[in-house]
Structure formats: C-alpha cells, structure tokens
Design a protein around this ligand. Structure first.
Ligand code: BG6
Length: 526
C-alpha cells in the first residue's frame, strides 16, 4: 500500500506542544496498588515510555502507595526490572535514570483515615515545597471491592477536592459493578466524593489505535457513511476471540464469566462505536452522548428469548498451538462442576432508524482457536445478478451465490488494519467471478509502532481529555442490557449434560453456528 498522504486536518481538540503530541500541566499521579500486577506490567512501563518520548510535564511525580513496606529506592529498583521486561521500547539507562527520579513510594493503610495520613502529608509536601501544582490523579489499581471504600476515604481526607485552579481526578478499572444495580450503587458512592467530570473509567479497548481509527474511518471518509445502515448492511459480526485461558484468575473469572468480563465492557463499546450516529465534533461529551444514544437503542433480550438469542459455552480440555491445555473446570481456583460461561455468542437488535432489521452478532470467548478481535460488516447481496444466465461457456456456470456480498473487516488485533472484499472477474475468456480483497495494514502503511493503550489513557487523563473513558451512563446502559440477559440465563441454566461444550482450540460450541444458521447466515471463517 502507498504511504498515507499527510492530512493537515487535526481532529484533536488540543494543540500539539511537541513533535510527538500534547504535554499536560505539572501533576502528581498516585497509584494505589503500586506493587500489583497492573502497575508493574502496564502502568509504570507506560509512564516510562511517555517520559522517554518527552510527553510528561515538569515537574511530574508518581507516588506508589501500598501496604507493602518499601522504600523509594527499593520501589525504584523493582520498577526498573519491570520496565526492562515490559516496556514497549528498548530499555535506555539514561532515560530510566531521568524517569526514576519522579518515582516515590509511600506506605499506606487504606482501611482508615489515619492509614492514609502519610500520603496526605506527602502530597502536601510535593505541592508546597516541590512545585507539584496541586494537580492530583488517583489511580485505584486495587481489587474491585476496595474501590468504593477508598474513594470515600479520599473524600473524607479532603483529597478528592481540588485546590483552586488545580485538578483532582480518579481513575478506576473495570469491573464497574457486577450488574446494573451494583454499577448504579458504585456510581452513586463515587459521586459522594467525586464529581462525574473527575472520574475516568478505563476501558482499555477504547485506547486501541484501531478502535479509535474506526471513528476516523467512519466519519473522516465520505464513501462509507452513506452505506452504513440497514439499507446496505445485511448484518455485522463482532468477534473478540482469545486463545488464552483465565490466566490464574480463577476466582475473578468464576464470578464474572465471559459476558461480564468482555461483553459488558469492551464489546459494548465496540458496538457503540460501530453503530453510533456521526458526532457533531470530537469532544468527549459529544462522542459519549452519541454512544449512549446507541446503547439505549439496543433491544434488551427478554428472559424468554435468552436461549434463542444467546449461546453460552465452556471450554473442555484441548490443544492450542500444539499444546495440551486443561478444561476450565480444572483451572486453579475454579469450583468443580461449575457451569460458568467462558464463551458467549449473541444476536443483538438495535431499535433505531439506522439499524432496524440489521442484526449484530457477537462472539467472545477464551481458549478459542486464534487471537482475533475484529468487526465484519457484511453488506447486502446485489439485488439482481446480471451475470446469471449470461454465462458463455457451460464450464463457467454461475449462480447468484457466486457473487459473494461485500465484506468490510475492521481488524482490531493482532494484524491491525481494514480489508474490503469485493467481486472481480477472473482473467480469461469466461465470465468467472471471484472474491478479491483490498487490504490496508496499519504496520506497513504508517511504519510506526502504536502506543500502548495505557500510554494513551494516562496521558489523556492528565490532559483532562475523557473521550476514551466510559461515562457513568454508558456503563449503566451496557449493564442494563447485560443484566436483562443474566436474568434470562438464571431462569434457563445451562444443560449440565452439555457443559463443557467446546474443546479448547476450537471456535466455540456448535450452537453458536446454529444461532446464525437459523437466520440463514454464518460466522466468517477467520
Ligand atoms: C480484560 C479481560 O479486560 O481484557 C481479560 O479481563 C481479557 O479477560 C483482556 O483477556 C483482553 O484484552 P486484550 O487487550 O488482550 O484484547
């Protein structure tokens, strides 16, 4: 593919400050759970890359806060190891020594006001003596049950309220509740200490370059949007498949399952971006308003329809890339005989003018054949094929089936890009028609590595750009849909004799194929 032409149009509401991008104001990021997995593998390496790329402000401080008794020196040296292992870019000792100076550690006990007093005084010292500008970000990288109590503690300690002309922001990770009512309760609790504008809910799918590109693709090009509706699109398939299992998170996964883990968050966000109306501008609230409108139009699956609109699966043992893997039930932390779903397929109807009658089919699961996240837009077949009956030689017989409908595939990962399948004439004397693919690959077209999701999200949060974060009402709408489904599932438990129902390394249970076959459709072969 040709190299992209440079566009002079900035879609970004912020002006560039450096050749690489925007620089936030001086601030201090407090990471609760700083010795946890997320901080070590994702957050600190992401901050290191931002520092290396000159995108962090001066001064900038990262305060690791946790129960583990660590000194700042030991914290720095353990983080150095993590950065060496997990950074997206090769380790650079000079860059590390510059970044390491911003890292500090404070021991806290988040069970009481007295327990976080050392953090309150540390921040006060940074702000008053070291030019920290009183801009604070609190990243709660802690288990879900600790989020609401810690947010309340920050409220009680006064840390949730920004000093005048400063900002205070709260960053939280999913899961945002376990169903609609717990999500609503969590939001209400957070709002006792923080305004909605201060809360940044992370859905790391939104920060994937290819997910952001879906908006540019739809709203930065004239040719596709007029076709983006029920008149031209037969159906949409969203696939988020993972070959990995539950990776030692047995307890979490057993409570969550595929629907809560992937669909309520990542997949509903993808659905919202593919289905939403064009936003009037690229501001956070405008985009989030459009996404919410779409989510509100998603038809809830009535409990009586739970079995005809959805399929649950659970993996048995099998083989992935030639290696034997155990069944879900044999994973550590998973109770014997559990019926918890590790795969889900569903048919989603959207009740609005644009999508009425065009279903969205979703499938997501663990231990599937390949790692693939993609959205396939399958266009309608041509209304009449002029080629049928005009075949010059009997050997080149044509039927209407020969003209495969156009399919546009937005590949989110791993092979990021976009492809369009269309019909072409095979060279030769006969009118033979075959499907060919026009393909755009991110890697070869831009010759540059995409930033890690957490680099983008941390930077956006420091800049106060909430576009790629889930707003309260988005989360609640997605839960409203999933909770109705969970109610239906509860009323129709899986058939014990048919669980597990797919071998690891397959594409899920056969019932998932039947879900589409009933509508005369089939899943794309990937
Ligand atoms: C997380 C889920 O949110 O997303 C995991 O909890 C899942 O179960 C992960 O594996 C997938 O993210 P990615 O970026 O690897 O597709």
């Amino acid at each position: 593919m040709a190299m992209p032409r440079k566009s002079t149009h900035r879609t970004d509401p912020f002006e560039a400050d450096t050749p690489h991008g925007r620089i936030p104001p001086p601030c201090t990021l407090v990471i609760f759970g700083a010795s946890g997995d997320l901080a070590r593998r994702k957050l600190i390496p992401a901050l290191y890359v931002l520092s290396l790329e000159g995108l962090l402000p001066t001064p900038f401080f990262v305060v690791g806060a946790g129960r583990t008794p660590l000194t700042t020196d030991t914290f720095r040296s353990s983080m150095e190891e993590e950065v060496r292992t997990h950074s997206r870019v090769p380790f650079d000792a000079t860059a590390w020594s510059i970044f390491a100076k911003s890292l500090e550690y404070v021991r806290v006990d988040v069970s009481s006001l007295a327990g976080i007093a050392p953090l309150v005084s540390h921040l006060h010292e940074i702000d008053t003596l070291r030019g920290g500008a009183s801009n604070h970000l609190f990243y709660l990288s802690i288990p879900p049950s600790g989020i609401a109590p810690l947010a309340s503690l920050l409220g009680e300690s006064g840390l949730s309220r920004p000093a005048s002309s400063s900002f205070t922001r709260l960053i939280i990770e999913k899961p945002f509740g376990l169903n609609f009512s717990t999500a609503q309760a969590l939001n209400a609790l957070l709002h006792q200490s923080f305004e909605e504008e201060q809360i940044y809910r992370i859905d790391h799918y939104l920060a994937k370059e290819t997910v952001q590109n879906m908006m540019v693709f739809r709203f930065g090009n004239e040719i596709f949007e007029p076709l983006w509706n029920r008149q031209h699109i037969d159906h949409v398939q969203i696939t988020v498949a993972e070959p990995i299992g539950i990776e030692g998170r047995g307890e979490y996964y057993e409570e969550s399952g595929a629907l809560r883990d992937m669909v309520q968050s990542h997949v509903m966000q993808l659905l919202a971006i593919v289905g939403m109306e064009p936003p009037a501008n690229f501001r956070a609230e405008t985009i989030r308003d459009e996404k919410v409108k779409l989510l509100r139009a998603v038809r809830h699956i009535h409990p009586d329809d739970a079995l005809s609109y959805t399929v649950r699966g659970q993996y048995a043992s099998g083989s992935i890339n030639g290696e034997h893997v155990v069944a879900y039930r044999d994973e550590p932390g998973v109770p014997e005989g559990t019926l918890r779903e590790t795969f889900v397929a569903l048919k989603v109807d959207i009740d609005n003018w644009r999508w009425a009658g065009t279903p969205f089919y979703i499938r997501s699961g663990k231990r599937l054949a390949k790692r693939v996240s993609e959205i396939a837009i399958q266009f309608r077949s041509v209304p009449h094929s002029p080629f049928v009956g005009n075949v010059p030689t009997p050997s080149a017989t044509l039927s209407e089936d020969v003209i495969a409908p156009n399919v546009l595939v937005l590949r989110i990962q791993p092979d990021e890009g976009i492809s369009l399948a269309f019909s072409a004439k095979v060279p030769g004397q006969s009118m033979e028609i075959r499907e060919v693919i026009m393909d755009f690959h991110y890697g070869s077209s831009f010759l540059t590595q995409s930033p890690e999701a957490y680099e983008r999200l941390l930077l956006d949060c420091m800049l106060g750009d909430a576009t790629l974060f889930a707003r309260e009402d988005e989360v609640e709408e997605a839960w409203r849909f999933c909770t109705a489904l969970l109610d239906g599932w509860r009323a129709h438990p899986p058939d014990r004799a048919n669980c597990p129902n797919y071998p690891a390394g397959s594409w899920g249970p056969t019932e998932a194929d039947q879900l589409l076959e009933r509508d005369g459709r089939k899943w794309r072969e990937i």
